[in-house]
Write a protein that binds this ligand. Structure first.
Ligand SMILES: [Fe+2]
Ligand SMILES: [Fe+2]
Length: 293
């Protein structure tokens, strides 16, 4: 990143203390908690100007990253314990998948750029808020009140994370509207990849796509949600009403504001074209039981 942009993050240090750290949950208030946290913490620490330089740095950015990681870690722990105690899944296969996942890492294409990084995390936090909320609803419908409660608590945490990350990007829009709208368009052209897109269980080479298909079919996370999230963020950051942009900035603004409708049209067309029914696929996490995608 150019030095003058790095200065922006240095100058926002005090702002981050007052506006970002307030969205962390006091540790003693809960004992709750996703997997592959080393990967996500690494991702935040690739970002120029906000990375944790020492591993225990006292900048607000670094304090946030470590405490956020701790909160996400509880999500992973809690869900893992729930699955273990349920006795209904093959824990060995789940643990294997986590080993492979952490081993593979991920590249969200944020290029060490905190503009791209915080746009990515804003999108992801809202995606997890929506998907955990949908899982809570489905669990309740199927009579598992404990799982519904667990997913409800996690969804509330994700909402808080969304608030924090979208606030950072809101501030960037205020200070550097042109740079930020360009970053938003850049990130959306690359598409927001899911953190677990490199997951593998040692058996299924299409594991992530197969899980995504099931999530889409049962309504946990769908292509419509992707368009909805983008539309929400464009509204949240008031992208449509930005003024004084450069020519390039104006084109980026037009692109992102029109994108949700474009994604929906593509989806409708894809849904309209008759899909070949696929044969059921076995899932190792549930002892090879076959599910329709
Ligand atoms: Fe989480
Ligand atoms: Fe989160």
């Amino acid at each position: 990143m150019p030095p003058q942009k790095l200065e922006i993050f240095k100058s926002l240090e005090g702002w981050a203390e007052d506006n970002l750290l307030v969205h962390l949950k006091p540790v003693e208030k809960y004992m709750i908690t996703e997997e592959a946290l080393p990967t996500y913490q690494t991702m935040l620490n690739t970002l120029d100007g906000v990375r944790d330089e020492t591993g225990a740095s006292l900048t607000s950015w670094a304090i946030w990253t470590r405490a956020w990681t701790a909160e996400e870690n509880r999500h992973g722990d809690l869900l893992n314990k729930y699955l273990y105690l349920s006795g209904r899944v093959d824990m060995k296969q789940i643990e294997k998948t986590i080993q492979y996942l952490i081993g593979s890492g991920m590249d969200p294409k944020t290029e060490n750029n905190p503009y791209l990084g915080f746009i990515y995390t804003s999108f992801q936090e809202r995606a997890t808020f929506i998907s955990h909320g949908n899982t809570a609803r489905l669990a309740k419908e199927h009579g598992d009140m404990k799982l519904a409660q667990i997913c409800g608590i996690i969804a509330a945490d994700e909402k808080r994370h969304e608030t924090a990350y979208t606030k950072i990007v809101e501030k960037l829009f205020e200070i550097d509207p042109d740079g930020t709208v360009l970053a938003l368009a850049d990130m959306m052209r690359k598409k927001i990849s899911m953190p677990a897109h490199l997951m593998f269980d040692g058996q299924d080479d299409n594991l992530f796509d197969n899980y995504s298909s099931v999530a889409q079919r049962i309504g946990v996370y769908t292509a419509k949600d992707y368009a909805d999230i983008l539309e929400f963020l464009v509204g949240r950051w008031k992208v449509e009403t930005l003024t004084g942009l450069s020519g390039e900035g104006n084109r980026a603004q037009e692109f992102v504001c029109g994108l949700p409708a474009r994604i929906r049209r593509l989806e409708e067309r894809a849904a309209g074209s008759a899909k070949q029914p696929s044969s059921p696929v076995p899932f190792s996490w549930i002892f090879g039981r076959e599910l329709v995608l």
